[in-house]
Design a protein around this ligand. Structure first.
Ligand SMILES: *Cc1c(COP(=O)(O)O)cnc(C)c1O
Length: 359
C-alpha cells in the first residue's frame, strides 16, 4: 500500500514557478549578468558601513514596525505614517495585497506580458488571474483591462513602467482609467522602476493616490537603490489598505540590516541621482545603437530594453551568453536586457549587430 502524502491545496497545482535571471557563469569568459534588472553599482555611499554595523545585533529580532525606516519614508515622500507599509521586497508587499483582497472565486486583472510574479501570487491565493494582452506597442491596454472588470474583480495591477517591456502608461490615460474603476476594487501601481523614468507624461503614483482611496503605490529598494539582495520594499495606501498590509505581513520579515541599509540609502540621494542619471544615459546610448542597427526596441523608461524576437529569442540569448552577457529570454516572445556596466552593454550591442545581419 502506498503511503498517502500530505493534502495540498489544489490551487498550487497550476502555479508557475518564478524563473530567476540566470547568474553569470563563474568559470566562463567575462560574464555579465543582465538578466535580473539589478543595479550594476555597489551599495550607495555609507550603506555598507551601516549594514555591517547593523549585523552586530544579529542575535536580536528586528523592529517589527520598521519605525526608523517608516519615519524616513514618510518624510522623504511627504506621506502620513499611517499610509505606509513595508515588506520583504515589493513582491512581498504585492503578495500581501493579493492575500488581503482576493481568494478562491475572486479575480485579479493584470497586463500580459508583465511581471512574472503576478500570476504566481494570484494563484497561490487561490484567486483567478485575468491576463489582458499588451497593445501592439507593448503598452498596457487600459481600455481592455477596464472592460474585463466583473463582480468578482478584487485587484488590478498596473505595472508602470512595465516589466519586461519598459513601456509606460501616460497620466491622462491612467487618470481616465482610475476614474472609471469602481471604488471598491484596489488598483496597485507597481512603480519598481520609477527612478529611471524621464517621460514628462509619466504619472507619479504618489500624486494620484492622494484623493483615490482605492489606489496603492508599490516601490522598492531593489532596483535604483541597488539593494536587491536585502529584500525591502514598501507600499503607500490609504486606510484600510495600509492596515490590511500590516495584518498580512510576516512578523519580522524585514531584517534589521535591510531597514538600516534602506535608511542610509534614502540619505544618499545625490549619489543615487548620479548613478541613475548615468544608467539613463547608457539606456539612451543602447537604444540609439539598436535603432541604428535597424531594431525597433519597445520604448523603454526602465533600466532594461525589450527586443521582440519571437522564435529567434533563444538563439539570441545563446549568442549573448557565448559573448559574455546573460540576458533574460521569454521563449517565443523576446528578450529583456538590463542596462549594466558600459562594457556589458557594448557586448550586447555587438551581439545585436551581428544577429541583425543574419535576420
Ligand atoms: C523587480 C520588480 C519588483 C521589485 O521586486 P522586489 O521584491 O522589491 O525585489 C517589483 N515589481 C516589478 C515589476 C519588478 O520588476
Amino acid at each position: 500500500m502506498t503511503e498517502k502524502t500530505p493534502k495540498l491545496r489544489a490551487a498550487l497545482d497550476d502555479v508557475p514557478t518564478y524563473k530567476p535571471g540566470k547568474p553569470a557563469a563563474a568559470d566562463g569568459p567575462v560574464a555579465f549578468k543582465l538578466s535580473s534588472n539589478e543595479n550594476p553599482y555597489p551599495p550607495l555611499p555609507g550603506v555598507l558601513e551601516q549594514a555591517v554595523a547593523a549585523a552586530g545585533s544579529l542575535n536580536r529580532y528586528p523592529d517589527m514596525a520598521c519605525a526608523g525606516l517608516m519615519a524616513e519614508l514618510a518624510e522623504r515622500f511627504s506621506v502620513p505614517l499611517a499610509h505606509l507599509a513595508t515588506g520583504t521586497g515589493s513582491v512581498g508587499v504585492a503578495q500581501q495585497l493579493v492575500q488581503a483582497t482576493a481568494g478562491p472565486g475572486d479575480e485579479v486583472i493584470y497586463a500580459w506580458r508583465s511581471f512574472e510574479a503576478y500570476p504566481i501570487i494570484t494563484q497561490v491565493s487561490g484567486a483567478t488571474p485575468v491576463q489582458i494582452p499588451l497593445t501592439g506597442d507593448d503598452v498596457h491596454d487600459l481600455e481592455a483591462m477596464l472592460a474585463a472588470i466583473t463582480d468578482r474583480t478584487r485587484l488590478i495591477f498596473v505595472c508602470n513602467p512595465n516589466n519586461p517591456t519598459g513601456t509606460v502608461v501616460h497620466r491622462a490615460e491612467l487618470e481616465s482609467f482610475l476614474d472609471r474603476v469602481p471604488s471598491d476594487i484596489l488598483v496597485v501601481l507597481d512603480e519598481a522602476y520609477i527612478e529611471f523614468v524621464r517621460d514628462p507624461e509619466f504619472p507619479n503614483g504618489l500624486e494620484l493616490y492622494r484623493d483615490r482611496p482605492n489606489v496603492c503605490v508599490l516601490r522598492t529598494f531593489s532596483k535604483a537603490y541597488g539593494l536587491a539582495g536585502l529584500r525591502v520594499g514598501f507600499a503607500v495606501a490609504h486606510e484600510p489598505v495600509a492596515a490590511a498590509l500590516r495584518k498580512t505581513a510576516v512578523p519580522f520579515g524585514v531584517s534589521h540590516i535591510a531597514q538600516e541599509a534602506a535608511v542610509a540609502s534614502l540619505r544618499s540621494e545625490d549619489a543615487l541621482r548620479e548613478r541613475v542619471d548615468a544608467l539613463v544615459a547608457e539606456r539612451a546610448r543602447v537604444v540609439e545603437g539598436l535603432t541604428a542597427q535597424g531594431w525597433t526596441p519597445a520604448v523603454t523608461q526602465a533600466n532594461f530594453v525589450w527586443l521582440r524576437l519571437g522564435e529567434r529569442t533563444l538563439d539570441f540569448a545563446g549568442a549573448c551568453e557565448r559573448a559574455g552577457v546573460i540576458v533574460r529570454p521569454f521563449p517565443g516572445e523576446g528578450v529583456r536586457v538590463t542596462i549594466g556596466e558600459t562594457e556589458a552593454n557594448d557586448i550586447f550591442l555587438r551581439v545585436a549587430e551581428d544577429f541583425r545581419k543574419e535576420l
